[in-house]
Design a protein around this ligand. Structure first.
Ligand code: GUN
Ligand code: ZN
Length: 430
């Protein structure tokens, strides 16, 4: 494999900028270099020095563009790509009106493959190099997604969504079939290439206690798998959970009681948490995922990012396509900023970019492997044009530091800001 040296402005992280002074966690070089070999980043540092030390490397000079780790989307639903931006509903009605009819269509393997391929293409076009997706109840939808990602050697996390109640007939499995199908999919996909399997009960309203028990047992048999689900997204949903599980102490307890709370658990949304839930999530080392465009679009509420970070939770950032209203992690960072402002917190651009890369990677237990611009990480890289539209360029043109130059792209950027994408050391066709 050819050695490549990418030159440009480089921005990476050596720590968590949500904790302490963000400036201590940043590694910025206005004339930086990233040396890639064998699909990995083998060195980062001063561009001219790397060039002198590696005269055999093929150079790609990005000038003043910004070289970052690729974005890591820690929670999305690829089957919902076709119904993104569907009007007028909140969570439960939105699921019944738009989501479930579309998810039923993925029983057709050809349609599942088409949607999976389109979603991976859209992700790469938006600078996202890792997707963490729910599939549908159909095993063929999981095969379609892992196959589409493997075609680009993309690190992805996914699992068969399990539902055995409160869903249409054609979207229900059983406790046993959810266990059997998930187990077969783990054998087929987990650890194959860059695939990671996540056991995926959709959320406790659509799983019986029997199904949650079966999936808890499956996770105990495969503790190296991740487990993803939804938690405390909307108030009517939480009231419904209380009715369905009268013995549970809170929403989290509907997972905890069935073996579905653990360090490798990833809990999407987590907006309306009780103190006990926060303490338990922190105690076990679980991750929560912030989905800000979704939370605004579906009308769910204002995630307490700083409160949960201070409580010690691992926090990822995600589009939640198609409850989320954008494929872009730039737009997602902007929405996180806006929700922060509504809570009285101005997130720094360093904190926003960290969430979209390092934070999400850590939530998936892949810190240092993905979402990181440094030696030893996969060469999954996104190059940003900080003046991609006239509106952005006229603003970033007057910037006097990298943060003032980057923030307009975070707030106003989209796929036009993505100058280039590398996955596993291969420059992507887009
Ligand atoms: N809760 C259960 N299923 C879903 C889903 O598909 N999207 C969102 N946003 N929340 C959910
Ligand atoms: Zn979701």
């Amino acid at each position: 494999m050819t050695k490549h040296l990418l030159l440009g402005q480089t921005l990476g992280f050596s720590g968590n900028p949500l904790i302490g002074d963000w400036a201590d966690a940043v590694q910025f070089n206005s004339a930086g270099g990233v040396l890639i070999d064998g699909g990995m980043v083998v060195a980062t540092g001063d561009g001219p020095a790397l060039r002198a030390a590696h005269p055999d490397a093929q150079v790609v000079d990005y000038g003043a563009k910004l070289i970052s780790s690729g974005f890591v989307d820690a929670h999305m639903h690829y089957p919902q790509t076709g119904i993104i931006a569907s009007w007028g509903k909140q969570l439960i009605d939105w699921l019944n009106t738009y989501t479930f009819p579309e998810e039923a269509r993925l029983a057709d393997p050809a349609y599942a493959a088409e949607v999976a391929t389109r979603t991976v293409e859209l992700a790469v076009a938006h600078g996202t190099t890792t997707l963490t997706s729910y599939c549908t109840i159909h095993p063929c939808s999981v095969d379609a997604f892992f196959t589409a990602a493997a075609a680009r050697d993309m690190a992805v996390v996914a699992g068969k969504t399990c539902m055995d109640r409160n869903a249409p007939d054609n979207l229900r499995d059983t406790a046993q079939s959810a266990y059997d199908d998930s187990k077969a999919l783990i054998a087929r996909w987990h650890g194959k290439g860059r695939a990671t399997y996540a056991i995926t009960p959709r959320f406790s309203p659509t799983s019986t206690p029997d199904q949650l028990t079966a999936l808890g047992a499956l996770w105990a048999e495969h503790p190296d798998c991740l487990m993803q689900t939804h938690l405390s997204e909307q108030l009517p949903e939480i009231a419904w959970v209380r009715d369905l599980f009268p013995d549970a102490r809170d929403y989290l307890d509907t997972y905890e009681a069935f073996g579905l709370l653990g360090a490798r658990g990833i809990y999407g949304h987590a907006i309306h948490l009780e103190p006990r839930e926060i303490a338990r999530l922190a105690e076990v080392g679980a991750a929560v995922v912030h989905c800000p465009t979704s939370n605004a679009f579906i009308g769910s509420g204002l995630f307490d990012l700083m409160g949960l970070a201070r409580a010690g939770l691992s926090i990822g950032l995600a589009t939640d396509t198609g409850g989320g209203s954008s494929f872009s992690m730039l737009r997602t960072m902007a929405a996180a900023y806006e929700i922060g402002q509504l809570r009285g917190v101005a997130l720094h651009p360093a904190q926003l970019l960290w969430l979209a890369t390092e934070g999400s990677a850590a939530s998936l237990h892949m810190a240092g492997q993905i979402g990181h611009l440094g030696a030893g990480a996969a060469a999954d890289i996104t190059v940003l044009d900080l003046g991609s539209t006239p509106a952005i360029a006229q603003r970033s043109g007057r910037a006097n530091d990298i943060w003032d130059a980057l923030f307009p792209t975070i707030m106003m950027g989209d796929d036009r800001a993505i100058a280039d994408v590398w996955i596993a050391g291969v420059r992507q066709a887009r």
